[in-house]
Design a protein around this ligand. Sequence first.
Ligand code: AMP
Ligand code: ZN
Ligand code: ZN
Length: 423
Amino acid sequence: MPKAETGTLVAWALALPLLACAPPSRAAHDDLTARPAVPSPGTAPHATVLISLDGFRADYLTRPGAVTLRALAARGVRAERLVPAFPSKTFPNHYTIVTGLHPEHHGIVANTMRDSTIGTTFTIGDTIIARDPRWWGGEPIWNTAERQGVRTAAFYWPGSDYAVNGRYPTYYRPYDGRVPNSARVQQVLDWLALPSAQAPRFMTLYFSTTDDAGHSHGPDSPQVDSAIAHVDSMVGRLVRGLAARNLTDRVNLVLVSDHGMTPIGADRVIHLDDHIDLNDVDVVDWMPVTALTPRTGQLDAVYRALRTVPHLQVWKRDSVPERYHYRASPRITPLVLLADEGWTISSRARIARNGPPTGGTHGYDNVLPSMGALFVAAGPDILQGRVLPPVSNVHVYPLLARLLRIAPAPNDGHADSLRITRW
Ligand code: AMP
Ligand code: ZN
Ligand code: ZN
């Protein structure tokens, strides 16, 4: 986000009523807030590890391999699902989870986006362009913590390996998807074992395995079952490692995912070139939210031509329904197209080049159950045996700030919506 926008963001975040997607029921809420305040004085604050299992759909928790995750949920708290931000894609959502801001406010509005001020196109694989701090608005939790004297570490999280706000976590790694998940877990255990003067109190850990399998084979595949069992075993390795070091009662685990997954197929394709001349538009991003910038003078004609296309919704930027919180950034294109669940927006040339869609994807309407993400938390500061209704992922940031006992930066979340601490 350009510097000039930061003031607007802060003013906005302070002015707007805080948006709780689904606060706990009144009875549950009263019960949570009735707890006695704060841990006993003199005890060192506990550490917190935020773990992302990319593309782990909420209901994967019921699949056979999710043994450790179910055990953690039983001794802690889980939500029926974590509602992702729109669009339900990886970078917008990981960055929402660590800033508490909707993508329109933190600026990572898509995995692929263009900014006329910066003059380049952001893609998640182009680390030269993505490391420009102007893309990254808001304040990620590791910076909120470091600014308040709390050491942090990241074994991957979008933004953690770039100088967002001019800062990095104390310990971090440039993203390399080839690093085995077991090495990531081992490093987190090693960080926790550092002498207290060096040990981080907040850490992130990230696995892409379930997302990879969901894209290639679809969410209902045996390959996704294997991926679930694999990431579960990695969480198990962490849990056992904590126990072996007598750290179970000193470390909170917050497990999330960024979005779910739904099947796609060759029988559900919207060919844009059947409806408009693709020379009349600049397609910034394709799927399943298509970001279109019509050439000068073409906006109304393109809008009208797309309005009647089955299985497709099209909005001018200022008319994107409010519940998506997807208007305020200049990186959102003048036309936003959204496919119905399971449909693919493409063109005849793209299908000829890339083949028909297979497997699974995400990015659809964020309130669809199939886009629902994981939320499980357990540890010394977390209540036991609670199940929360669906809750928006903007509320994770205030929860993390509470667990770390630091003051959150202005954000779109609400501390009461995920108040799951014992104190
Ligand atoms: P998506 O298709 O939206 O689910 O994007 C998932 C992909 O994002 C993963 O398979 C990774 O390749 C990539 N990814 C995840 N985290 C990072 C990161 N910190 N830096 C760069 N790429 C990442
Ligand atoms: Zn993802
Ligand atoms: Zn994905």
